[in-house]
Design a protein around this ligand. Structure first.
Ligand code: AMP
Length: 425
């Protein structure tokens, strides 16, 4: 039915049936992250716009086209966070975490906002679970970060996972490569899409990422970063790959993987499920090293590595794989009541059961015993409790074993103890 009010374009509700999946992703992410000694943080949903303009980068699609920005009544320019890394770095700097033992390992979960063209797996409000390791330059961290994401997805029982990795160089080698690439692209200028023509000057690496068919053909013959790495980057990347080999993680090199953000250096990665249509839209997560971002945002030069999982896409993949959630709380006891007096007493009994941590089902709006018993059956309750006029006046409750049909009357004040005695584990 078309109702008057609907979710804004590109945004979606999470219904109870899906929330179980979201919770599962959060619980699993938390468990895995905590095993690797990550600590949880929460940053505001709004940040100063400049944090992203500077951090995410002026030439990125996010900053140029996708930010939800606003002016507050006081005149502050704020933006709904489009990604989690600049806020995490801001938090690290603002709270002096550079004085903590390094590296500082942080994780977060929450909604993010990008004004994108809505399509399958691409929303304007979406959820991410992110990890950041700040203050460690060793390549082992690159490999372990990738592994953590892989482990979370594996724990969630997703199969056919494949990690794509690339090295996009550093301040030493990338500028040379940029020039080489730009001059190649200029020679093919007429074969590029309008966006990419503009990108030649601003950010030629992004062309490697372009999904336009014409640009894909141009990029197939483009010079590759991997052939232009400086010695240190080459060495770093070789180590990352050796670590990945060592842990037996399925990966492949993708020389065109550059990722959309400006701050990445050296290792970048994305995780996919093999054999899915339109892979570009289906990265379940991604990230990379960002050794210059902390300095760019006002700190000392500090190496770092991080990434994030797209929770909506992970949930979608779990549903497609027909992974079922059986974490539903099992109703063990159904509370049936009749008449005003019975209802009155049952409300108190309901609370006693809650304190005793016994999951109770009820149907306060039904007055017929028959319809309440039907619901108790549907719940699969082990016991049904009856509280009618008679029981309420006598201060008792009737306990019915749903399997055997046996009924016993017990004192209301002893109800919880008596129920516990009769409940199967
Ligand atoms: P990014 O750092 O932009 O690659 O985002 C990391 C992950 O978040 C992606 O691999 C996606 O799984 C997810 N993601 C990014 N943008 C969106 C979006 N607009 N809608 C849904 N998921 C997204």
């Amino acid at each position: 039915m078309k109702t008057k009010f609907q979710t804004p374009t590109g945004m979606h509700d999470i219904l109870p049936i899906d929330y179980k999946y979201y919770e599962k992703v959060l619980e699993t992410g938390k468990e895995v992250a905590e095993f690797y000694n990550f600590q949880r943080i929460e940053t505001p949903i709004l940040e100063m716009s400049e944090l992203f303009e500077k951090g995410t980068g002026e030439t990125t699609d996010i900053v140029q086209k996708q930010m939800y920005s606003l002016k507050t009544r006081g005149g502050d320019a704020l933006t709904l966070r489009p990604e989690g890394t600049p806020p995490a770095v801001r938090l690290y700097l603002e709270h002096g975490m550079f004085n903590y033992p390094q590296p500082v390992k942080l994780w977060y979960y929450g909604p993010f906002f990008r004004y994108e063209k809505p399509q399958a797996g691409r929303y304007r409000q979406f959820w991410q679970m992110g990890l950041e390791v700040i203050g460690e330059k060793n390549s082992i961290i690159d490999a372990q970060t990738i592994q953590i994401y892989y482990n979370i997805l594996k724990e969630l029982k997703l199969n056919n996972l494949i990690v794509e990795v690339n090295c996009i160089g550093d301040q030493l080698c990338r500028p040379h490569y940029r020039k080489t690439l730009a001059s190649y692209l200029r020679s093919k200028d007429s074969n590029l899409c309008a966006d990419c023509k503009r990108r030649i000057k601003e950010n030629p690496l992004r062309i490697l990422d372009c999904k336009d068919e014409k640009c894909q053909a141009v990029k197939a013959h483009a010079p590759q970063m991997i052939d232009h790495l400086c010695e240190e980057c080459k060495h770093h990347f070789k180590e990352v790959l050796e670590y990945l080999d060592e842990i037996g993680l399925p990966y492949r090199l993708n020389p065109y993987l550059v990722r959309g953000l400006d701050y990445y250096t050296r290792t970048v990665f994305e995780i996919f499920q093999e054999g899915k249509e339109g892979q570009a839209q289906t990265a379940l997560g991604g990230g990379g090293r960002y050794d210059y971002l902390i300095k760019l945002l006002g700190g000392k030069e500090t190496p770092a590595m991080g990434g994030s999982l797209g929770v909506d896409r992970v949930v979608q993949a779990m549903k497609e794989a027909q992974i079922t959630m059986d974490n539903e709380k099992k109703v063990k006891v159904f509370l049936a009541q009749l008449g005003y007096l019975g209802k009155k007493k049952s409300l108190k009994l309901f609370e006693d059961l809650r304190r005793a941590n016994i999951q109770v089902g009820e149907s306060f709006d039904r007055d017929s015993l028959k319809s309440q018993l039907k619901i108790a059956d549907k719940y699969g309750a082990q016991l049904t409790l009856f509280l009618g006029q008679k029981e309420a006046l006598e201060g008792t409750v009737l306990i019915r074993n749903m399997e055997t049909g046996r009924q016993e009357t017990v004192k209301l004040e002893n109800a919880v103890v008596e129920i516990k005695k009769r409940l199967k584990k």
